[in-house]
Design a protein around this ligand. Sequence first.
Ligand SMILES: [Fe+2]
Ligand SMILES: [Fe+2]
Length: 250
Amino acid sequence: MPQVTEIAPDVYRICVFYPEINLGFSHFLVNDEEPLLFHAGLRRMFNEVHEGVSQVLDPAKLRWISFSHFESDECGALNEWLSVAPQAQPACGMIGALVSVNDFSRREARILAPQEVLSTGKYRFRYYPTPQLPHGWDAGVLFEETQRTLFCSDLFHHDGQVEPLTHSSVLDRVRATLTAYQAGPLANYVPYTRNTQRILEGLATLQPKTLAIMHGSSFAGDGRQACLDLATVMKEVLDKESYQFPVAGT
Ligand SMILES: [Fe+2]
Ligand SMILES: [Fe+2]
């Protein structure tokens, strides 16, 4: 049974928690004239997320399926959504469309140029490419300008069965999760590049009021400071050599 919570006006967080990996997966439904779902979710999660969407609106009315980057938890069930929603279309950046989505998807994507606005009626989603952040050449985010909601995908990832929305900083949790990942087989989940700081500083200039976080609690508050704090945490945890080439016989 998914947990459905309105985290900002008309923005519904549909969360499925997997206790075996202590991780939640949140999908964000925006109820507007042209309803938008951010994260299609895993294929095996489709029935649960579909049930969550049904609590808010008729899933057949979905018009846009969007996501940050091409990975199964972000868009594995894309074709399932396109099957149940005849007007639905993927919306993503050019790299995502050309490299993966237009081959995988049963319907072609609307390609969003950098800073292009996708209007769903009342709401305006501006697209920002964020290459390799959180990961993937094709990565990007949507920023809903009227309510200042940043759909930030895996950024701010933290583990645990946590509250749907918090007004307290999540950065301690983010630091703990990134540090734990970095110490084990999940290391290098998020690459640290020469562009990481400048992308996060760019996102900070948007001054988000709500961060729609895929894994963990969503956050309401000073999103500018949160993006700057994330830059600090990522530098502290990730900006170091971590890779050991496996040498035969050792
Ligand atoms: Fe991801
Ligand atoms: Fe993810």
